[in-house]
Design a protein around this ligand. Structure first.
Ligand code: ME8
Length: 511
């Protein structure tokens, strides 16, 4: 089986930030989850290089456009690489093959008389790269998503895709496929967007205003609207219109933030219907990260979380963990360096890392650097094994975006159960008497083997740290397909070098 996950392709009018890192990291978690089930995966992420705001950002820096795009593109790639995002395809919309395929799609829709040319007067938001209605704006006439970018009154002749002929069909598709948009709050929002007749979608920009884009195949005075071009990446990445793309397209999940529900839930399906192509299987929508206290992150407030700063202070997995664990399904979630630090210390440090280092160090010292040989198991041992295996199996079954926080919580619960067991069984006391030493070995064995299972599951969330933990345990390679299986860590296995996985990070001294 094949499965294809996409992230949005990000505008390069600024450096990558935590929101971009989030969607690409959760895409990576989903990819690893499905790969562990033996599914062949394709993950695409990348950058959206066209449009007015990228063009203006290059001009603001006084840079030549292609040098500017190369610079930003490298910054995005670097963040994804540092944060262990295993993308298979890094999208750049300036790629020739992409541009040609976009032109092919436009021509095919034009040939069906679904694209018309007419004059248009409207309000344009460069931030969204979209025309807005008065009712979309705030009381002082600004775009609520981009309050610092002034909207512009625009009066031009352009090409438009007819949308209304497809509205009923799209609504029916949403009705017939309850999982087309998840979580349900965004499905409701999308249905609301489709509850009234749709205006035609402007799919061109005159070259007098924007030059950075794909030239229209049927009128060279225009470039393609950046959203039309960008959305098409999902198909051009997998080789459309050449044969073979169908295998991936049959199971595609688009991950998006709620800010871009309309282009993905309205424009994209209608573009596909107009081109006579099947709709994607699933749109998984997430809310936004805000600063502490629910305040929008902004440079002027100084509450922007810089992924690189978090990495330097606590490592890559502190951020991956926080992002996976604390995004709520359909409401905004808070993030700050301090919140990440607290979660890192309390969960990764105290609950997961300390247990491993305590048990592995004790076994290393007292059992000749080896995994102790277990004796007969007690009811308590069996109960813990069942709790952990059930929790890990629950975590590891097929995951969609909104499932991630709950699934990660199940792993924390498993770690808590192990900590409780160790406190109750107290192997350190058992070791002191000759007659309870075998029991001590069994308790250590049970926890080491269960921690192996826990860290095998954690390779999907925090791959770098999980790999180190498995090396410490002397665990065999994680098999693919994988499932939670007991007793794969043999008694007598040589333990690896014991290192602190999540060393405590103290709050920076108050200035
Ligand atoms: O919209 N919290 O690009 P973009 C969570 N080029 N996620 C966030 C976020 C936040 N605070 N801020 C941004 C575009 N994101 C288009 C997309 S796709 C064919 C074209 C993430 O740079 C989230 O995934 O504005 C959001 O949808 C995306 O970045 C917007 O990125």
């Amino acid at each position: 089986m094949k499965s294809y996950i996409t992230t949005p392709i990000y505008y390069v009018n600024g450096a990558p930030h935590i929101g971009h890192a989030y969607t690409s990291i959760v895409a990576d978690i989903l990819k690893r989850n499905r790969q562990a089930q033996g599914v062949e995966m394709l993950l695409s992420t990348g950058v959206d290089e066209h449009g007015q705001k990228n063009q203006e950002a290059a001009a603001d820096l006084g840079m030549e456009i292609s040098a500017y795009l190369d610079m930003r593109c490298a910054e995005f790639r670097e963040v994804f690489d540092k944060f262990d995002v295993q993308y298979d395809y890094f999208v750049r919309t300036s790629r020739d093959g992409h541009k040609q395929a976009v032109a092919d799609m436009e021509q095919s829709i034009f040939d069906k008389d679904l694209i018309v040319k007419h004059a248009y007067t409207g309000i344009y938001c460069k931030g969204c790269e979209e025309f807005k209605k008065e009712s979309d704006l705030t009381e002082d006439g600004q775009c609520p998503l981009h309050p610092t970018m002034k909207v512009e009154q625009t009066d031009e002749t352009n090409y438009f895709l007819k949308m209304e002929p497809f509205r009923e069909r799209l609504l029916k598709h949403i009705e017939d496929n309850p999982d087309f948009v998840t979580p349900p709050a965004f499905r409701t929002e999308l249905k609301q967007m489709l509850s009234e007749p749709l205006e035609d979608l402007c799919i061109s920009r005159p070259k007098s205003r924007v030059t950075l884009g794909v030239e229209l195949p049927f009128d060279t005075d225009f470039v393609t609207y950046v959203w039309f071009d960008a959305l098409a990446n999902y198909l051009t990445n997998i080789g459309w219109p050449e044969d073979g793309y169908q295998d991936w397209w049959a199971d595609v999940e688009h991950l998006i933030g709620k800010d871009i529900l309309k282009p993905h839930g309205v424009y994209w399906p209608i573009m596909l219907m107009a081109a006579g192509l099947p709709l994607p299987k699933r749109l998984s929508v997430h809310s936004h990260w805000t600063g502490a206290g629910g305040v929008k992150m902004s440079k002027s407030i100084g509450n922007v979380v810089d992924p690189n700063e978090v990495m330097e202070m606590m490592g890559v997995d502190a951020l991956r963990w926080y992002l996976a664990r604390h995004m709520r399904a359909d409401s905004d979630s808070q993030i700050s360096v301090e919140l990440i630090r607290q979660t890192y210390n309390s969960e990764l440090g105290n609950k997961i890392g300390n247990l491993l280092s305590r048990v592995a160090k004790f076994s290393n010292k007292n059992f000749d650097g080896k995994v102790p040989q277990p004796g007969p198991l007690t009811a308590e041992d069996e109960a813990l094994r069942k709790t952990v295996v059930d929790a890990v199996a629950g975590f590891a079954s097929w995951m969609y975006l909104p499932d991630i926080p709950g699934r990660v919580q199940a792993l924390v619960t498993a770690a808590e159960a192990m900590n409780e067991y160790i406190d109750q069984q107290a192997p350190w006391s058992l070791f002191k008497n000759e007659e309870t030493r075998e029991r001590c070995a069994t308790v250590l064995y049970v926890t080491l083997d269960l921690q192996r299972i826990l860290f095998e599951a954690l390779t999907q969330v925090i791959p770098g740290s999980a790999k180190k933990a498995l090396e410490m345990l002397g665990a065999p390679e994680v098999a693919t397909p994988w499932k939670a299986e007991l007793d794969k860590l043999a008694g007598g296995t040589q333990l690896g070098e014991i290192v602190a996985l999540f060393p405590r990070v103290n709050a920076p001294e108050a200035a």
